[in-house]
Design a protein around this ligand. Structure first.
Ligand SMILES: NC(=O)c1ccc[n+]([C@@H]2O[C@H](COP(=O)([O-])OP(=O)(O)OC[C@H]3O[C@@H](n4cnc5c(N)ncnc54)[C@H](OP(=O)(O)O)[C@@H]3O)[C@@H](O)[C@H]2O)c1
Ligand SMILES: CC(C)=CCC[C@@H](C)[C@H]1CC[C@H]2C3=C(CC[C@]12C)[C@@]1(C)CC[C@H](O)C(C)(C)[C@@H]1CC3
Length: 621
């Protein structure tokens, strides 16, 4: 077994990537396999360093002056406060006498140091403006709140103007990532990616695999993986009951041989691969995702709306040719099982292939624990050629499938209740959810900046969520209405429509405002908005929708969720399952996002939280 030099908890000095500067760090852990240490700088920045980049404290002479900055981020902020006073470790103490050659050497050394400091300082700019995937230092924001203006602060601009051509291509600082393997970026993917700045490769920065696991860690992940499929069956069985009251026991699950039907599996596979085919059609624009840790940007083709139109045409043709769509309703449980099995097989495949990918292609959420990683996903962007599995699954088979299921439920309602037209309640549920899905496809590009794409890997959680949870539980209201008719009056329907529109306006405006700001912070249309600058170069909106609550889009989404359930009346709680689950999901998601933003933006985030104290519900939460 390879020996390790430093113990956990030991305070040592770690080299700041890309420089010869050493800072005090605490050893957090050591990975025997890769032989790297996870270290923590005093400002909270966590990096992985090779043993050769770590020195014991005693190998450094103690300096008397206050030049032991605790981390480059601290250094940066202190430099911005007092630029005349160099705090570089190489600087001789004030008043010390130097010979001419010593002075020359010291000057040269200081110049070198300054160059390195600038390189470190400028790093976040290299990956702007969409450096979401890159965790940069948590230092103080370097300038004051202002209206929306370009993200570069003055100091950065001045430095860039003198050294930009040199520095901007020198280093891209990638905390929490494994060795930057330039050779990995080569040949095979060349037409699928564009490159950002190419790092020198003279240092190794790695992403520590997470220790603070989310979702209750390994036991939580296990429980969720076992519990969710059971929950889906429970909900569907209960919903099919005449009286789906909470106190009623659901009917027993049919025997496996009744649930497992080869024909259903065939139809499911056909659906999945048809959607895959649609997504590969060379229509729709190609955009770049946010920069990866090595500066590359993956390319994504946005043709979700085309896929939706083609699917609608296919379903329309099926109805026209009297193909029994009712089959989906009568075999709903069987389809759910087929989707569950498919999502499990997909998760196994995803996990297996992730064992072969280089470490810098792993998700920052992965932990090194097999069970947890199977759940959260190990590989960040699994692709087969140009086909991005996660991006595809997130929006296509499940989301479009949800609309098709809703339509089938509408037809089933007419058949079961012998109606010549769908009920008002069913029409509302179908239209509301159709609007939601079309909106998601219309604004498909926005998905590229969500935590699912940037942070979470593709594993059981998203595979099951996208392929089973979304289509089979989000359609619960429509399923419920097939056997539980509601007499919805027009006045009540009008109130529900108003509620839905109100939720949609909040959801859409908030999302569009943030997306527009992230795309172009100098957009004149956003000039009236107040922002807080952050040390990463990106700013945070503190007025407009994002000054109202910290997640106005979640608020809008929840209002819409309520409007989807209300047409089902108040006899049972089952149609409200979505609102209840969704509230829990968004509260948890908000906490995860908050955690990531605090790491990313440090004090600027704290300031934002002070300015905008409520997370989702104004004056409540
Ligand atoms: N129906 C469903 O099942 C479901 C489930 C989940 C989510 N959703 C919806 O999906 C949409 C996306 O949600 P999401 O969870 O990915 O998160 P989001 O709210 O769209 O994005 C959060 C990110 O926005 C940026 N941000 C936060 N505060 C900001 C501010 N004041 N100014 C500028 N940027 C700020 C931060 O990233 P950067 O600073 O790095 O840009 C933060 O990480 C939401 O509308 C949500 O309701 C739906
Ligand atoms: C396994 C369980 C219980 C949960 C997994 C979560 C998963 C269902 C959601 C995580 C991210 C969500 C999401 C949408 C749908 C549900 C999730 C996949 C979304 C596609 C819905 C439509 C929106 O407009 C959106 C912004 C595109 C959503 C993106 C995130």
């Amino acid at each position: 077994m390879p020996s390790r030099k430093f113990a956990e908890g030991e305070v040592v000095r770690g080299r700041w990537p890309g420089s010869s500067l050493y800072y005090e760090v605490e050893i957090l852990s050591h990975d025997n396999k890769s032989q790297v240490y996870t270290v923590k700088y005093k400002d909270g920045t966590e990096l992985e360093l090779k043993e050769s980049d770590i020195k014991p404290l005693k190998s450094f002479k103690q300096r008397k002056s206050g030049s032991t900055s605790s981390s480059p981020s601290r250094r940066r902020s202190s430099r911005s406060r007092s630029r005349s006073r160099s705090r570089s470790p190489g600087r001789a103490p004030k008043g010390s006498r130097r010979s001419v050659s010593a002075s020359y050497q010291a000057d040269a050394k200081e110049k070198e140091m300054r160059r390195e400091i600038l390189q470190v300082k400028l790093t976040p700019l290299v990956l702007k403006p969409f450096a979401n995937s890159v965790s940069v230092y948590n230092g103080e924001p370097e300038h004051m709140e202002k209206s929306a203006t370009p993200p570069k602060n003055k100091q950065e601009r001045v430095i860039l103007s003198t050294e930009d051509s040199y520095i901007a291509t020198q280093y891209s600082l990638r905390p929490r990532r494994e060795e930057v393997k330039t050779k990995n970026i080569e040949s095979e993917e060349q037409n699928l990616v564009t490159r950002g700045p190419v790092p020198l490769g003279t240092f190794q920065v790695t992403t520590p695999q997470r220790r603070d696991l989310e979702f209750g860690g390994v036991p939580g992940a296990l429980l969720i993986m076992l519990g969710l499929p059971a929950c889906v069956f429970l909900l569907l069985l209960q919903c099919a009951q005449k009286d789906p009251g909470l106190l009623q026991f659901p009917p027993p699950l049919p025997a496996l041989r009744e649930l497992w039907e080869a024909r259903v599996c065939g139809v499911y596979l056909l659906w999945f691969f048809l959607q895959a085919l649609f997504s590969l059609l060379p229509v729709g624009k190609v955009v770049e995702g946010t920069p990866l840790v090595d500066g590359r940007r993956l390319k994504y083709r946005l043709n979700g709306l085309y896929a939706f139109i083609l699917t609608s045409a296919a379903v329309g043709t099926a109805v026209f040719w009297d193909i029994e769509l009712y089959y989906l309703y009568t075999h709903f449980l069987q389809f759910a099982l087929a989707a569950i099995v498919f999502s499990v097989v997909l998760s196994v495949y995803l996990y297996a292939r992730s064992l072969k990918v280089p470490r810098d292609e792993l998700s920052p959420a992965s932990s090194g624990n097999a069970v947890y990683d199977f759940f959260i996903g190990r590989e960040l962007n699994p692709r087969i050629g140009a086909f991005d599995l996660k991006f595809f699954c997130e929006l296509r088979p499940g989301l479009i499938g949800w609309v098709v299921i809703n339509l089938v439920m509408l037809l089933a309602e007419m058949k079961v209740q012998e109606r010549s037209a769908p009920s008002l309640a069913m029409t509302l549920v179908n239209s509301f959810q159709l609007l939601y899905v079309v909106d998601a496809l219309w604004f498909e590009e926005a998905l590229l900046t969500t935590m699912d794409i940037i942070h979470d890997g593709f594993g059981f959680m998203l595979a099951f969520g996208d392929l089973v949870w979304v289509p089979f539980t989000y359609s619960l209201q429509a399923f419920y209405l097939v056997n539980h008719p509601q007499d919805l009056s027009w006045p009540l329907a009008s109130v529900i429509i108003a509620l839905k529109l109100c939720g949609y306006v909040i959801f859409r405006c908030a999302n569009s405002q943030k997306n527009a700001f992230r795309k172009n912070p100098t957009d004149p249309k956003l000039a009236h908005l107040k922002t807080i600058p952050t040390s990463t170069g990106k700013s945070l909106l503190v007025s407009g929708w994002w000054g109202f609550v910290r997640h106005p889009n979640y608020l809008g989404d929840l209002i819409m969720a309520l409007a989807w359930s209300l047409p089902c009346g108040f006899n049972h709680i089952l149609p409200y399952f979505y609102v209840i689950y969704f509230t829990a999901l968004l509260i948890h998601r908000e906490a995860r996002d908050e955690h990531q933003c605090r790491r990313k933006y440090g004090l600027a985030w704290e300031k934002y939280c002070q300015r905008v104290p409520y997370r989702i519900f104004p004056y409540i939460y």
